[in-house]
Design a protein around this ligand. Structure first.
Ligand SMILES: [Zn+2]
Length: 63
């Protein structure tokens, strides 16, 4: 297996992701109040990726 000698340059999206507040107002998670990836204009309860995953696990395990 070849080792990846060439590192890919940092994508612009990564820089934006590490900087909260960029890209406009985001709705906050209804559970932990962290900013989500959804805009504030989205309707209904918004969950951050972490809570969304936990909810999915809970749903998958129930029943
Ligand atoms: Zn959350």
């Amino acid at each position: 297996m070849d080792e990846p000698y060439c590192e890919t340059p940092t994508p612009a999206s990564a820089a934006a992701a590490g900087h909260p507040g960029t890209g406009g107002p985001f709705a906050e998670c209804v559970l932990c109040r962290k900013p989500t990836e959804y805009p504030e204009s989205v309707k209904g309860a918004t969950l951050c990726p972490v809570c969304e995953w936990q909810e999915a696990q809970r749903t998958a395990c129930s029943g």
